[in-house]
Design a protein around this ligand. Structure first.
Ligand SMILES: O=C(O)/C=C(\CC(=O)C(=O)O)C(=O)O
Length: 304
């Protein structure tokens, strides 16, 4: 099937640079996606955007260029609860990828087992209104109860302004919970202001919560952008990520977010995005935890 890409869509960077930062051995890109190809794995009818195809081969080539050894591939809303592109990528990765799926409440234990065998280790609940009409909480709780026996975790994606509203629901989830992109703070507000303090409180009081310190390119307002060799990109986001890395060194993850869906004003050079990690995790010890020890504990515990 042919799909018309959303007007104004920015395709992923055509030739990212090799990072200056040498990643630790065994580094995991813990947040990235595969899209399509739409002709083989059609986009979901209920999607709110149609991306350009971003197939597994491109993702694996990028992994090797950037110096990662493994990927965690996260189901994005443009594929809805059809996890075929994700599963296909996992099955092609020689054990070097794990996945986070989207499932519906009627999923059976047998279907969950199939996803598990393919490498899925979590489900994603998305609450970002421009991306999805979030299912009711009782539906999500039913899914949470179904996946818990598999030892999976739940990835949640929401905007900072909505954390108060969802607090009770989030904190009642029965598994490890991983928050995408630091709960999307408004980085024009102070890092120790009311909004981000609430997120830090969530992490501090609920030790089953983890955070991805990813997506500066999405959160940044003043940059500079990860383009043209910039070694100090997205300095306005650094204090937020740095704070989480310092306060919760064993519960943070980083991912490239390739192929960066729905960016509006620029497409980062992924090599420079990797170099950004040196700003938020300046020591080797911090990078070892962020890029290797933490994701391995969550996604490949049998190898530790
Ligand atoms: O890639 C991301 O993590 C963020 C996205 C897309 C997404 O999550 C989805 O479609 O499910 C966004 O903010 O548009």
């Amino acid at each position: 099937m042919k799909f018309d890409i959303t007007p104004g869509w920015l395709p992923f960077h055509p030739n990212p640079s090799k990072p200056h930062l040498k990643l630790p051995k065994g580094a995991v890109d813990a947040h990235c996606h595969v899209f399509g190809p739409g002709e083989i794995f059609p986009y979901a009818p209920e999607r709110k955007y149609t991306p350009c195809d971003a197939p597994k081969e491109k993702l694996f080539a990028l992994r090797d260029l950037l110096g990662f050894e493994r990927n965690v591939i996260v189901q994005a809303t443009c594929h809805g609860a059809d996890n075929r592109a994700l599963v296909d990528a996992l099955q092609s990765a020689n054990g070097k990828a794990r996945g986070v799926a989207t499932v519906r409440r009627d999923i059976t234990p047998e279907q969950l087992q199939e996803l598990h065998d393919a490498g899925v280790r979590g489900v994603r609940f998305n609450f970002v209104k421009r991306l999805v009409d979030a299912p009711p909480k009782d539906t999500l709780m039913e899914i949470a109860q179904k996946i818990a026996p598999f030892g999976w975790h739940i990835v949640i994606y929401f905007e900072a302004a909505d954390l108060k509203e969802y607090w009770d629901f989030f904190t009642s989830l029965p598994t490890t919970v991983v928050v995408d992109h630091m709960g999307r703070p408004d980085v024009t507000k102070p890092v120790n202001g009311e909004e981000f303090e609430l997120f830090v409180k969530l992490m501090r009081e609920h030790t089953n919560f983890w955070s991805k310190v990813s997506c500066p390119e999405r959160l940044s307002k003043t940059g500079p952008k990860a383009l043209n060799g910039e070694q100090h990109a997205y300095t306005d986001v650094v204090p937020f990520a740095r704070r989480l890395v310092q306060e919760f060194p064993d519960r943070v993850l980083f991912g490239t977010d390739w192929p960066h869906p729905n960016l509006k004003d620029h497409m980062p050079d992924d090599g420079l995005l990797v170099d950004y990690v040196a700003q938020i995790a300046p020591s080797e010890q911090e990078r070892q935890q962020l890029l290797v020890d933490n994701p391995m504990r969550l996604y490949w515990p049998e190898e530790r």
